[in-house]
Design a protein around this ligand. Structure first.
Ligand code: GLY
Length: 397
């Protein structure tokens, strides 16, 4: 066999590594432009509406105006999270300062026990802040937040209650989204060694695994429990097309949530479920060829239905992580995630220097509620940056 000089091998490796990360770099460069604008627009919105206590951008409304979130909304932590991801990628203190500033405004939510959204709000913001800075103050806030979240656990049903609203419809509703909030509890267990956090998270994941999924591994959105007997009262939807349909973001929350739960526990039942959910998504005849799903896999007017980019970015991020655990399907998962990111960068980006600094267009908040339909959404952008970072990490390794 002919010997290839070492220098040539090193050069080939260097070039291929560079090439792989090019799309990550160009997307982060785009994000830098957009998020600089987003900070400016958000500051303006905050100062013009002081009484509203806004802390972050959320979306753009029908009139083309920027919509901001107060801390209590489930979307309040994603913007700070994006700024932490910018800092992680660039290592530029400018982004760290901005992230710290926006993170501070969400802290007060640590004692808000009226919703399950603590993970979305505090783990995506302060959690990333702690991961990157090891700031002890962040740690204290997160532990307090985890205790607040744990206080929503209903032992007879074995779950954390998601919502307190709509008492006429549900007694103790649990939505598939709630899987995402468990990461805060797993983190708190590692930091405090208080096994209560671990037991609650595992109980919630096991109960969700048992009750939320259909035979084809699509999931219900809402499962309602009787908190005295623990019995299931109903299975339904809130943001999907129908009770028996597969709401696109719900499938993404499930894929991401059970992949994360496997990372935290090593329980292969979670890994297998994540694989089945991904299989459901990618073998679905209603998944478009560009892999950006319609807002519901059973939406009635496909192909004339809005896409949900937020479901796609969350799925892409989950796929990169899953590719690390399921070696047999690793290449396939990475290819799907790469294709999602490529198609988003080519066809779904916001206007550079416009759209109030959002990164991606064409998400859906709630189609049945006629809210945020075919709009940019801050959480779509957050999982986009997370997926890009995961791609970079995998390719560098
Ligand atoms: N967690 C709320 C949503 O996904 O819309």
């Amino acid at each position: 066999m002919q010997k290839v000089p070492l220098l040539i091998i090193i050069l080939i490796l260097l070039f291929s590594c560079n090439g792989k990360n090019n799309s990550v770099k160009s997307n982060f460069s785009f994000a830098a432009t957009q998020l600089t604008l987003a900070i400016r627009e958000t500051e303006k919105g905050i100062s013009e509406n002081k009484a509203k206590n806004y802390v972050a951008p959320r979306t753009i409304d029908e009139a083309g105006k920027l919509v901001l979130s107060p801390p209590r909304e489930w979307t309040s932590g994603f913007f700070a999270g994006e700024l932490w991801y910018m800092y992680e990628f660039t290592q530029d203190d400018k982004w760290k300062k901005a992230a710290q500033q926006y993170t501070a405004n969400i802290e007060q939510e640590k004692t808000n026990g009226t919703t399950h959204d603590m993970g979305f709000k505090l783990y995506c913001s302060i959690g990333n802040g702690f991961r990157l800075t090891k700031d002890e103050h962040y740690k204290k806030v997160l532990i307090e937040a985890a205790y607040t979240l744990a206080s929503r656990f209903k032992p007879q049903a074995g779950i954390i209650r998601s919502w307190d609203h709509s008492n006429d419809k549900w007694q103790c509703p649990v939505i598939i989204d709630n899987m995402m909030n468990l990461e805060l509890l797993f983190w708190a267990f590692k930091e405090t060694q208080d096994s209560t956090f671990y037991k609650i998270a595992v109980s919630h994941a096991n109960t969700t695994m048992k009750n939320h999924f259909r035979k084809d591994y699509s999931s219900y959105h809402v499962v309602d429990y009787d908190t005295i007997s623990g019995n299931i009262l109903s299975k339904s939807t809130h943001q999907g097309y129908s009770d028996e349909s597969a709401w696109a973001r719900g499938q993404a929350w499930g894929a991401y949530g059970f992949t994360m739960a496997y990372r935290q526990t090593g329980d292969t039942a979670y890994l297998n479920l994540a694989k089945h959910i991904v299989n459901y998504i990618f073998t679905n005849p209603n998944l478009p060829t560009d892999l950006i799903p319609y807002w519901d896999y059973n939406a009635p007017n496909i192909p004339n239905e809005p896409r949900d980019v937020s479901a796609a970015t969350c799925t892409a991020s989950a796929l990169y992580e899953l590719s690390l655990y399921d070696k047999a399907n690793s290449t396939q998962y990475r290819n799907w995630a790469d294709m999602i990111l490529k198609n988003l960068s080519e066809n779904y980006l916001a206007k550079k220097g416009g759209d109030y600094g959002f990164l991606l267009l064409h998400s859906v908040g709630s189609k049945p509620g006629n809210a945020e339909v075919d709009k940019p959404l801050v959480y779509a952008d957050y999982y986009f940056l997370e997926a890009l970072l995961r791609k970079k990490q995998i390719e560098n390794n």
